[in-house]
Design a binder for this molecule. Structure first.
Ligand SMILES: Cc1cc2nc3c(=O)[nH]c(=O)nc-3n(C[C@H](O)[C@H](O)[C@H](O)COP(=O)(O)OP(=O)(O)OC[C@H]3O[C@@H](n4cnc5c(N)ncnc54)[C@H](O)[C@@H]3O)c2cc1C
Length: 264
């Protein structure tokens, strides 16, 4: 690990001021990804801005038809919070599948989304539910937030503050976990929203993506049978030691059906 300065601000304004003054500084939430990167000397920030002292980033509220989840809310809280469980049970259930107990008690929704690991669970949920990412500067629709593998629309001096999830009529999630890491080999989140049916996939490609042909099939007929035989092309899917692109394409088909069954 290289040397770095350490800041622990108590407000978003204070954190943003530190970021603006030092372009090499980085926010740290749970440290689940960032700390190993620092330990391996893969990253060399001049300073870490510890977000754990900022109470406004830890709130879960309902505003109209949206559940607003602060960037520092941990996976464990998303999985167990009564408001989230009542309004978007599929989102809470999805959070309960992340890693293991230790990971869920440390990892945060904001850190996961800002990191945009291709196998992370939240990006598919955010795309399928039509979520909006709120930063200290602007609001970014999910489609414009996830730009590619480990890349988002966040500027280096921009802080993710919260994510706004519209409450769907129905939603469901299914994933095939890597048995070692518990990360998704392929996961599918389906939702019936005010904007229509939305289906999004994680784990299979370089970044989460929507599945328009499944959306059209479910729009016409919301049933597991409507997507049971809908093949996913393997082009552009990930191929690695854990599974081939063809295997992941098969998983996407099966997980789409299971997600619809989960949604009911
Ligand atoms: C063993 C293991 C298993 C896992 N399994 C899963 C799984 O099954 N599913 C899954 O989805 N995830 C999984 N994870 C990932 C985990 O859930 C964390 O969310 C992820 O590692 C990010 O960590 P963090 O939230 O602590 O963020 P950090 O490591 O603190 O930060 C990650 C990145 O986001 C940036 N950042 C953090 N907060 C903000 C903010 N508010 N604004 C702007 N930038 C910010 C940081 O600068 C850094 O670049 C697993 C992790 C481990 C170690």
């Amino acid at each position: 690990m290289y040397d770095f300065a350490y800041h622990k601000p108590s407000s978003v304004a204070e954190a943003v001021a530190i970021l603006a003054a030092d372009p090499e500084a980085k926010p740290i939430s749970g440290g689940q990804t960032l700390l190993p990167a620092l330990k391996h000397r893969l990253n060399r920030p001049s300073a870490l801005i510890d977000l754990s002292g900022i109470a406004e980033l830890k709130k879960v509220t309902q505003e109209g038809n949206e559940i607003v989840i602060g960037a520092m809310v941990k996976h464990y809280e998303v999985a167990t919070n009564p408001l989230i469980k009542g309004a978007i049970p599929a989102l809470a259930a999805m959070a309960s599948t992340i890693g293991d107990t230790q990971v869920r008690n440390r990892g945060t929704m904001g850190g996961s989304c800002a990191n945009n690991d291709p196998a992370a669970d939240y990006p598919a949920a955010a795309l399928a539910l039509g979520a909006t990412f709120v930063t200290d500067k602007r609001s970014i629709p999910a489609e414009e937030f996830f730009l590619g593998m480990f890349t988002t629309a966040l500027e280096p001096d921009e802080l993710l503050v919260a994510v706004r999830f519209p409450i769907p009529a129905k939603a469901g999630y299914a994933k095939m976990r890597n048995p070692a890491s518990r990360y998704s080999m392929a996961g599918v989140f389906v939702a019936k929203t005010a904007q229509g049916v939305r289906v999004a996939v994680n784990g299979a490609g370089s970044s989460a993506f929507r599945r328009p042909e499944a959306e059209a099939a479910l729009e016409a007929n919301w049933s597991p049978e409507a997507v049971a035989n809908l093949d996913q092309a393997a082009d552009d899917l990930n191929s690695d030691i854990h599974g081939s692109a063809e295997y992941r394409a098969h998983l996407v088909k099966v997980m789409t059906k299971r997600a619809v069954i989960d949604a009911g």
